[in-house]
Design a protein around this ligand. Structure first.
Ligand code: D5M
Ligand code: FE
Ligand code: ZN
Length: 542
């Protein structure tokens, strides 16, 4: 194989059972003949070595001159330098293609830095690991709101009661500052004709015979029916309502209120929402994060070549500030996730799938900070919040000391709060809401709805499975600066009240199953986020 990039050197060493220091890889990549150098280094590795050091590579390079290389096992065959250059050129073309496509107009985004791609690509065949010189002290990554290790739920009825109470308390707190709400039990007793407000969880929505909407709101003291007349300017908002979300209403009580069957005529309706004036935090230096998801290693449709182009690109000068890699779930294809999935599996054992994922992860620069949460194809419990991977899987994926946390989690990267959620509830939001408010081609719009509801999976009992815990990990107490999801395999991003919502596409071409349900995935894209400005560029590697 051609060894023109550090990524390939790492992968070649790995296939022979070795890890290597970053400096060792750089030295190998910079050797006159990287193939021969690698052969010599492996040949002369100490018997018990698992990790090859820069010292060892230096010694081997100094001791074994090119002449001697020709005697080293397969070195002679690969040791032809003109052959090496040809290979490099081919690879360079591949990367250049990838780069050009990354700026293709139909995504509607341009990249200020893209002009230099042609020149930068030439550097790819050079020891490009050396261009990555991150200031490790400037980095920071903290995780909040992670259920991993905190799960207490047993699935009993009481747990469901407590998780819904917690949701109600926390979301109603966000609304109470805006309305002068009374408990439903108090409203029941109020005289007819008066004005009041209620904060409640939606327990029912019905349309009446005359086309108005009857919304039943529930709080800890009972329920109360609220009528939204079809001609009110906010009647449109009823389309956005989901069961179990928490809203506030203000309105006038019917004349017969107080005798047990009054209703409220709603005059205004409030969502917890994100303030329009929200000012997101940004990083203090120019540093970037790649936001990806849905890698689906183990599927026959996993796009290995696109992934490798992405990993190679990360080693180029153009990507030297991409210091974080955030993966929002579905690392692997999993087993038994949907009917007849076996027919489309490339790797049938779930552990082997994670082993292979780990191999692909090794292709990205070793100095990157990696954080991963699970998705519905991963080998953790399906119900949300999903805890992070168990010890066995963490061991398998320990490359690059990747951080593992639950789904959802808020990760604060150099001051920027990024809410990571795999995104199963997006299917539900898209199914329930009118097309213009949420659809698969604009997944970020469905994300806006979740931000508005300040909950990542409001509706319980449909597609989204909920594991009851003492608290509701799915509530957004604080407004995130960036909201990152995946799952629907569509690429889309945009800002909602200054919060950047990104749904990150996938690395799996359309499966037969997806074809049968009309899912046309956006595969092989990497959204790159500037943490200092929250601007985004999308690169295409497919
Ligand atoms: O989900 C990829 C996309 O495929 C996501 O939008 C859900 C959709 N999907 C997955 N399973 C089904 C079924 N059974 N019916 C309809 N749509 C489905 P992923 O999590 O990668 O499978
Ligand atoms: Fe997926
Ligand atoms: Zn998924």
């Amino acid at each position: 194989m051609p060894l023109e990039t550090p990524a390939r050197i790492v992968s070649e060493l790995t296939s022979r059972g070795y890890n290597a220091d970053r400096e060792a890889v750089t030295l190998l990549a910079g050797a006159d003949d990287p193939n021969a150098a690698l052969e010599a280094v492996v040949e002369h590795a100490p018997d018990d070595a698992l990790k090859l050091s820069a010292d060892h590579v230096e010694r081997v390079l100094a001791e074994y001159t090119p002449d001697e290389n020709t005697t080293v096992s397969t070195g002679g065959q690969n040791g032809n330098s003109s052959q090496g250059e040809t290979d490099s050129a081919e690879e360079t073309k591949g990367v250049r293609n990838g780069g050009e496509r990354s700026d293709s107009g139909d995504l509607g985004e341009t990249d200020e830095n893209s002009e230099g791609i042609g020149e930068d690509v030439i550097d790819v065949s050079r020891p490009d690991e050396s261009v990555r010189d991150p200031d490790l002290d400037a980095r920071s990554l903290d995780v909040l709101g992670d259920v991993t290790g905190e799960s207490t739920g047993t699935g009993e009825y009481e747990d469901f009661v407590s998780v819904f109470q917690d949701r109600f308390e926390r979301l109603s707190k966000q609304l109470r500052s805006r309305v002068n709400a009374r408990p439903t039990s108090v409203v029941q007793e109020m005289p007819g004709g008066g004005e009041t407000a209620i904060v409640g969880m939606i327990s029912d929505i019905r349309s009446t015979a005359s086309g108005h909407w009857l919304i039943e709101l529930e709080d800890t003291s009972g329920t109360y029916p609220c009528l939204v007349m079809k001609d009110r300017e906010f009647a449109d908002a009823v389309d956005e309502l989901l069961f179990d979300e928490v809203i506030a209403v203000e309105g006038t009580l019917s004349d017969d209120n107080g005798d047990g069957d009054g209703i409220m005529f709603v005059d205004s309706l409030y969502f917890p929402d994100v303030p329009r004036t929200y000012e997101p935090s940004t990083a203090d230096r120019h540093v970037q994060a790649a936001l990806i998801s849905d890698v689906h290693v183990g599927s026959q449709e996993f796009m290995a070549d696109a992934w490798s182009r992405f990993a190679d690109w990360l080693h180029t000068p153009e990507a030297e500030r991409v210091e974080y890699l955030l993966v929002a779930g579905d690392m692997v294809e999993g087993v038994g996730v949907y009917p007849n999935q076996d027919d489309e599996l490339d790797i049938i054992d779930i552990y082997d799938q994670y082993e292979q994922f780990s191999e692909y992860l090794k292709e990205v620069p070793g100095d990157m900070e990696v954080l991963m949460i699970p998705g519905n194809h991963d080998a953790v419990r399906l119900a949300e919040p999903q805890p992070g991977f168990d010890e066995e899987l963490r061991d398998i994926m320990s490359v690059h000391d990747a951080r593992i946390s639950g789904n959802p989690s808020t990760v604060t990267v150099e001051g920027v709060d990024i809410l990571m959620y795999h995104g199963v509830s997006l299917d539900e939001v898209i199914a329930e809401l009118p097309d213009e408010k949420a659809n698969y081609d604009e997944p970020h719009k469905a994300m806006y709805q979740l931000l508005k509801k300040r909950h990542v999976a409001p509706q319980f009992g449909g597609k989204t499975r909920l594991a009851p815990e003492e608290k509701d990990y799915l509530v957004m107490d604080d407004v995130p600066d960036v909201f990152h999801t995946g799952h629907v395999h569509k690429l889309g991003w945009g800002k909602y009240h200054n919060v950047l919502a990104v749904n990150s596409g996938c690395w799996q071409a359309q499966t037969a199953f997806q074809k049968s349900v009309n899912i046309d995935p956006d595969a092989g894209f990497a959204p790159i986020l500037d943490l200092d400005t929250l601007d985004m560029t999308v690169r295409q590697f497919s």
